[in-house]
Ligand binder design. Sequence first.
Ligand SMILES: [Zn+2]
Length: 927
Amino acid sequence: MLRLLTTALVAVLSLTLSAQPARAPQSGATQAPDDYFGFHIGADGELARYPKIVEYLQHLAKTTSRVKFEEIGKTTMGNPYVLATISTPENLAKLNRLVEINRRLADPRGLSEAEAKRLAQEGRAFYFIYGTIHSTEVGNTQSLIEIAHRLATDNSPEIKQILDNDVILLVPSQNPDGQYLVVDHWYKTKGTPFTRTYPDLYHKYVGHDDNRDWFMFTQKETRLALQIQNGYKPIITHDMHQMGSGGARIFVPPFDDPYDPNVHPLIAQGIMTAGQAMASALVSEGKGGVEWLSRYDLWSAARQYMVYHGQPRILTEIASVNLADPLINQDGAPMGPQEARWNFPLPYRKSEWRLRDIVDYGNTVAFAGMSYVAKYRTQWLENFYRIHADWVNRTDPPYAFVVPAAQPDPFETFEMLDILRTGDVEIHQAKAAFKAGGKDYAAGSWVIRTAQPSGAFAKTMLERQKYPDLRLYPGGPPKAPYDVTGQTLWMLMGVHVDQIEKPFEAPLELVKTPRPAAPAFTPVASGVYTMDPASNAGFIAVAKLQAANVPVYRAADSSSIPAGTWIVPATPESTRILGEVSRSTGLAVRGGERRVTGDLYRLKPNTRIGLWRGANVMPAGWLKWVFEQYGFNHKAIASTDVAGDLASQYDSIVLPDGTSRNTIVNGLSPDRNGKEWEWAYGVGEAGWKKLADWVRGGGTLVAIGSAVETARQLLDLPIEAVLPEPRGGGRGGEGGRGGRGAAAPDQAVTEGRPSTGSGQGGRGGRGGGADAATSALRDAFSSPASLDAVLRERVIDPTTLFYCPGSLLQNEFNTAHPVAFGMPSAWPIFFEGDQAYRLKPGFEIQSEVVARYPARGAILQSGWLLGEDLLRDQANVVAFRVGKGYVVTMGSQVDFRAQPRATFKLIFNAMFHGPSTRVDATQLGTK
Ligand SMILES: [Zn+2]
């Protein structure tokens, strides 16, 4: 949001790469990890704490000549985010030169092939490795302690080869805050009846979704990592994870199909060869249970910044234990599947699996990867050059994307350009009008060419995704993707962008930092200011005006100005606030003696918003972040609040996706969670009834995604779901998938066998018949004899199949309705395993459809959708009058991971409209 003004770019460019002179090691002073931490790393029940790990890296930097330590910045909760750069003293001494080579190879415009080859000889392979972006996957950070120590001290030929050829960029944890939360909780609950796993989001806002932020860069940790990515331009990134414990012991690349066609073939090759070097090392050391080509795909940009920036993405996923406690099969049965296959050559034969095993497997894959890259260093650097050379010389369409200067929401337009700039995309601006693709564009329009070093990133972000129609077998159920399938940025953000296929001429200049063109703001002494409702920035202004006790109105009809227009009486305070917001966001504010007639909605002063947060509900965490960015007067609702009088505390309550009757009534169990979790305990049946009474008594309830069903149950709303109910695995089964699930490791469901490349392990989504078939198929795979029968019988009836695992779908909006004020008449919404509704006849509760799926024309705009016809003419957003209260249900996740900003307005409108009062324009400015 307002980070627009902070510009991560400055940070990237100011990254200190000052060469440090190689220092002589202070011999004998380096302590081995076990001595330093006081226990054997990986020992059952023991976890090294993050602050001590940071100290240890500093210790290595002080006592050896191979380690450079730096703090890149502070995390969300103010903890240090650190980087250890490890190589030979000679390489460290010329680090600036080596980074310069990386940057040159990453932008080979004007570089001859011969010169590139010479640079590849001179350069070193930068290997970026990090662990525990998912904080409960604790083993890898423990492993990175030993990896750093060995690189810093070992004099074996293998380590010498790595250090001579590589520069290791080692981040011990990509989410340090989570390391504090999870590890401290682990020790604190030792010997108690309480659950040992941290029960809430292990990242303040986004929990397990922290690795779904690699294209919108909303969180501090994402931007810190980007300082390393963009600053050093590594040639490979190794992201260490853990998965569920029942299947394979470790996953290494190659990935399962599909992969984003914007990924360069040499990147796919690099992923395969480096992954297989790791597999070979594991097998040769007798470490069984290694699997590849399964489950994890390479489609969603949200998880893979590096592949659009010239680097293979190495994902390793090691089977989990119970945090630091071992898993032991009491019956002595070996762990995981026992039949060898091409992508699983050596089953794991033991019946125990410990934290130490995770550390050992982590060490093996890290050194195998570093070693492989070291052996073929020149080739890796040449490939890095070749990938970028192909990108800058690209001639395939599209030629460019054009962002017209005039936009309904200038604020989100600049946010979008800022995201692209942060992703190292070059943006040009037109100094004069031009023509492209047969259309006229005004001066000031922006042009993003695809032929540029980060062109693959720009293209994947700005084009429409066409996800392949992958099935488990011909005519069968869909093969589930690992994550979402559509991410078209301008659709998400409500910005108009045109894709231009053929080259065109335009008078362009490179823009370093796109900034809002401050619209003319003329302060007035009396009368009113008006603001167009189309910009999200209007809500930033509303939050500030409310905080300053300035009354805010909206036109209820279009008798004098368009319905939904913001109206603010001109006062010195409103003049100051609106001038400031206009300057920082590009919000157009008009002032003057404008005569306003007709009816208005007067917002309730200081509208008090409650967010039903619950424990470990990622959508609630994301919304909390959004509300903070906008500065709304909001509070996360604690169960203890419900014991009091709700009406005296809240005007509007938002139930985020993932809020069920069960999470409200039962919440966290007091038996399993200490008193500090009281806020997340259930409110019981009495609290449930109280919430319903509060709505009927005049409260405003906004329910999103799966919480629509919760609201329906709470108030007996006259709607019914029209899409087949999910069965089988269902969503949320896979923690890695984001959505609603708890922060489980990346593969919560493995059921004693490796996933078979069919990706069916509980990812679910609203599949209806597809999910049932998927479930049956999963069972069949564990018993091959029945597989043929299942395959023969389970041909899906295409008329009842519905599947939409994260796509952009067209909606039509009733823009005269207060909940859709400021929306265009049609725009894509985000839909991820969600639901659509039809109204049921009823007399008690009035209902109005605010947003619906179109009766004709394409519904799918980007991503993948099966069963489009089931959505035809069905409702998405519905507003209800319930007693004296107001309820708005949004069937699709219009706020999914804070990404679809085009539809934020639906939520905000609903929150502020419900408690507002309808008044005559003559009352404008009166209290
Ligand atoms: Zn993970």
